[in-house]
Design a protein around this ligand. Structure first.
Ligand code: XMP
Length: 516
């Protein structure tokens, strides 16, 4: 299957370029701008897209690719900074523009026989600009194929029709016909075919798993979340009878979750499912612990112990596993190009990636190439029900980071009840899938209330619901007020020990999604 290489120069839109290419059913990979020429030869892409980036190509240490990559004869499309790189390497001159151009611009098309096929000549189309530099002198052997009022060289090509540059961003939705431009590059310029489909992905991935695993056994930690469920389903399809799925009840799951997930997984994976009820072990280990990072460490460590015991006590007649199935996704794999230095650790996220060396398990990561919505699409093809594929994300440490302060068993019950009411109201309002994540948090304070003729001194529940693309940034969800009113009154009336409900109106940043 042919592919496209995206060279990342640190643009905030690099992942969007990849999304658009894959939506056109073409496989692509993002690599940092300084990837080696030999690696690129190995990938043998049919086209290379150079992303935008925050630097200026005329800066002393401007990020630039190995020149050999540009000379391979592979068709190139440079976007914004990427266009500067290509044109400068051909003798063009990029300089600081007199005025920054940011936002919508009208693009007038002069040539419509390849990159801009399908556009009317001399008609204008809206594109999205975001740049402070612009090309001031065209390299020799190039021609303009579209211009805007501020960018006379808004789109250009080399006469050999192997190199293209666009000053605007075809990958963002504000560029009305951006999808068409990228598709023209893929199908007309590079001669690619739309052959990246989920059925295709599943077929090639299961073949890869079979080759990697041979007759060995694979163990998978499974939480009932989308990523681990689809990972296990792919492995089971590839090597049926060689998989063990370990589902651990850590005592920190939501109301009825352990039972429901266990029932679903039991039905789907049959004998492959190993269920471990380790609630007491986790809750005992967490007793009296308030510090959020310590909670995470204890939960991570206990999980590894429990998982290792389950993985190392193979069922009768079966060898122990030598492979670990893991639901790593593409955004975790992309080596991000950071222009501001490494980012600080805000919260240490725990996952099975931290398994001890001595377990000596080789990783099987069938989702390494996928974005989240592609994982859902794969899940759909594998017959996993919609309700499982669209569950909100749930953190590994579970309710432990939603009970502020030490975790008591009766507090877990209060939180579970309140959370279940909130989610039920969201579902009843038909809003569950409009929201990235919604949950209740139990605060460690008492406030005064009144119930009948009596004064109460009870706990406070905070409700949080957010919209987000990837969990990295988030905004609070704007509920119709009557939904919050109903959730609030039900929680205060139905959950014993709670007399006040508040709604969290913080975005991320400055807040985080979870309260701990
Ligand atoms: P924060 O709170 O960091 O959350 O803004 C971003 C996303 O990550 C989830 N989250 C976690 N997931 N282990 C996990 O597996 C963790 O320790 C953890 N902490 C936060 C959170 O639910 C949100 O989706």
């Amino acid at each position: 299957m042919s592919s496209v290489l995206i060279l990342d120069f640190g643009s905030q839109y690099t992942q969007l370029i990849a999304r658009r290419v894959r939506e056109a059913k073409v496989y692509c990979e993002i690599h940092p701008y300084n990837v080696s020429a030999s690696k690129v030869r190995e990938l043998a892409p049919a086209g290379i897209i150079l992303s935008g980036g925050p630097a200026s190509v005329y800066d002393q240490d401007a990020p630039s690719p190995d020149p050999a990559i540009l000379e391979m004869g592979t068709p190139l499309l440079g976007i914004c900074y990427g266009m500067g790189i290509i044109t400068q390497s051909d003798g063009g001159v990029v300089e600081k523009a007199a005025a920054h151009e940011y936002g919508h611009a009208e693009l007038v098309v002069h040539e419509n026989d390849d990159l801009l096929a399908g556009f009317d000549l001399d008609e204008s189309t809206v594109v999205w600009m975001s740049h402070g530099d612009r090309l001031e002198a065209m390299p020799e052997g190039w021609e303009v194929i579209a211009a805007s009022s501020n960018s006379p060289y808004a789109a250009l090509r080399k006469l050999d029709r192997k190199r293209y540059g666009v000053q605007f961003h075809p990958e963002v939705v504000h560029t009305r016909e951006g999808r068409r431009i990228l598709e023209n590059f893929l199908f007309r310029v590079c001669g690619l075919e739309a052959d990246w489909t989920m059925e295709n992905f599943i077929e090639t991935t299961t073949a890869k798993i079979r080759k990697q695993v041979g007759r060995g056994r694979v163990v998978c930690g499974i939480s009932g979340g989308v990523d681990s469920t689809v990972t296990a389903a792919l492995i089971q399809k590839a090597v049926p009878g060689q998989l063990d799925c370990v589902f651990v009840d850590n005592g920190l799951l939501r109301k009825n979750e352990a039972g429901e997930v266990r029932a679903f997984l039991g039905e789907r994976f049959g004998d492959a499912l190993i269920f471990v009820d380790a609630s007491d072990r986790f809750l005992d280990a967490l007793e009296g612990v308030s510090d959020p990072e310590l909670k995470r460490k204890i939960i991570g460590r206990t999980f590894i112990e429990v998982f290792e015991e389950a993985a190392h006590s193979p069922r009768e007649g079966k060898a122990s596993a030598s492979f670990l199935g893991q639901g790593t996704l593409y955004p975790d794999v992309i080596e991000s190009v950071s222009v501001n230095g490494p980012s600080a650790t805000i919260k240490s996220h725990h996952n099975v990636g931290g398994l001890p060396e001595h377990m000596k398990l080789d990783l099987v990561e069938p989702l390494r190439e996928l974005f989240k919505d592609e994982v859902r699409a794969a899940g759909r093809v594998l017959g996993i029900p919609h309700s499982m594929l669209w569950r909100h994300p749930f953190p590994g440490p579970g309710l432990a980071v939603r009970i502020l302060g030490p975790i008591r068993r009766d507090d877990l019950e209060i939180l579970r009840e309140a959370d279940a009411i909130f989610i039920e109201e969201i579902r009843d309002a038909g809003l569950y899938e409009d929201i990235w994540q919604a949950f209740a948090v139990l605060l460690p304070i008492h406030t005064v209330g009144v119930q009948g003729d009596d004064r109460t001194y009870d706990r406070v529940i905070a409700l949080r619901a957010i919209v987000s693309e990837d969990g990295m940034t988030a905004d609070w969800f704007r509920f119709p007020p009557e939904i919050l009113a109903k959730a609030s009154s039900r929680i205060a009336n139905e959950v014993h020990g709670v007399n006040r409900v508040v709604y969290d109106v913080s975005s991320k940043p400055p807040a985080t999604v979870e309260w701990e």
